[in-house]
Design a binder for this molecule. Sequence first.
Ligand code: 0R9
Length: 647
Amino acid sequence: MSIEEEKLVPDVVEEEYGDSQIQVLEGLEAVRKRPGMYIGSTGPRGLHHLVYEIVDNSVDEALAGFCDHIEVEILPGDVIGVRDNGRGIPVGMNEKMGLPTVTVVLTVLHAGGKFGGGGYKVAGGLHGVGSSVVNALSDWLEVEVSRDGEIHHQRFEKGKAVTELTVIGKTDQTGTYVKFKPDASIFTDTTEFEYETLEKRMREQAFLNAGLRITLSDLRDEDDIKTETFCYEGGISEFVTYNSRGKNPLHDDVIHISLASGSSIAEVALQYSDSYSENILSFANNMLTVDGGTHEQGFKDALQRVLNDYAFKFGLLKEGNAKLKGEDTREGLTAIISVKLEDAQFESQTKAKLGNTAIRTLVSRLIKEKLVPYLEENPVVAKAILNKAIGAASAREAAQKARERERSKKGLLSTRMPEKLADCILKDPERTELYIVEGDSAGGSAISGRDSNFQAILSLWGKMLNVEKARADKVYGNDKLNPVIVALGCGLGDDFDLSKLRYGKVIIMADADVDGAHISTLLMTFFFRYMKPLIEEGHVYIAQPPLFKVAKGEKNVRYAYSDAERDKYIEELGGNVSIQRYKGLGEMDPEQLWETTMDPAVRSMIKVTIEDAQAADATISVLMGDQVEPRRLFIEQNAKYATNLDI
Ligand code: 0R9
């Protein structure tokens, strides 16, 4: 730090403000000592959380009705800039602290509403408390408040004010701009922001706050500038449409209902499709509640009750018929539940589960008071929904029977491995790998090329069942999937037991063409729906066979995995080379397959990870749709190249 700068730092300030300044420094110290307590982690998740904390403040200003545009920029050096066009954080003196309110907001832990001079109360009501945490965890942070015709500026370093709040210009606008650089000595894993992660959150916030405009820009690489604006007048209705893209809706309109009571409001949007999956996301005060809670449970219970009542009232189910189960009434359902309330109680630190019981009643009333009349006024829609639920109930009963049949046969089958499995010698799943290979000829090459100590090969043939388009009863006992289930050894669905997994790595090896992508996708969908922990725990990989062999004579041979790599090798070898394009795995002899795709020392594989199982659940339908492009994007976004160290 330079001498000039040093003069500006607290010494003087501390004498002047005494106790309050000490309180500030102690607070910041606590955050820097235990960052995890305040932002969950110091990994990538915690890093991105910093942006959410700042943006949440702008969203609160929007909820209060004073702001309609938020701009988020990723600047060179992974600096984040957030701008809103609200009233601007108050700049007047906070008498109690003896500091300007904006300084208090940025330096005092849990400041926010409390120091707002009583004027700060919004439906969200929870936020405005994170700015000081972000400040404490930043190498530096600058704030610019446009208010009362002037632009006020202050700079902080590692949470401490290094300048006074100073007027730096005139303006006819109002708003707040916060720019910060996360402290690399705290975020030791990485300080690099992922555009896609911020994109997902900003889009979500725009859906949850109808009409709010959020612009996200990535300005890090001047040759590859990205910018997107999210603004949805339809709010959560459009969120449902977005999440059910790729599915065939059973009714044209998204059903969108809301009900307010006191200071709380509950809002639900829903649509049924002909798919078999359910995709419900719930939010409390704009925060995703991954583990649900009273709002989600209230919705599910009320939906089940209302659909049963309708079915019996209008004769779709007769006296003596079994009632629809909850899961029957949610087959093919895409829904968003959003509640806003004061004093939200979360059952876990991560705010993943809402606990307020009054919200259960509010959501229940919402369904009863708004969905029942909707169904009665729209009998065609009601019939479509109920036929779906009744169909689901019969399929559930059939699946139950199929499962029981399989279970009773299991005694005979359990030790008999599939015919098409060439097993490995070792039995320790820490070391073993299963290659699932399409087609007998590629399977043959893989069997000859492998290291049979730890590599097992399972060849698949024929048309694989698309589980996205089949109900559970078709999956149990399916002759194409059964060999996979038996070879892995952990069962499926409710009976899935990861501890029984026979191979630590399950590697899908398919041709690098559309058919290959198709079979990989079908298998991933199957794992996702019926063996989710297998993906969640990082056991699923996709092999990466090369696309080209570039050779100069017999000695100089290189394998290229992309066009660019091919061109690089052509140049490196000084031209005049022979180039072979591999159309399929079958064209490689066993040695080549080992050398390029199976040898752990040199191979590269994609590890399939699901950061966000909920989002993937929505995407999997896109993936199984007829278009190739969304599928390619999914694979790109959800699969990460594993380094050779990982594999
Ligand atoms: C770029 C990120 N934006 C913010 O952090 C932000 C905070 C904030 C705010 C108010 C308006 N805009 C904001 N943007 C505000 C203004 C007033 C009352 N309440 C809130 C007002 O003009 O009276 N504040 C969030 C907390 C506080 N302000 C407060 F505690 F200082 F009041």
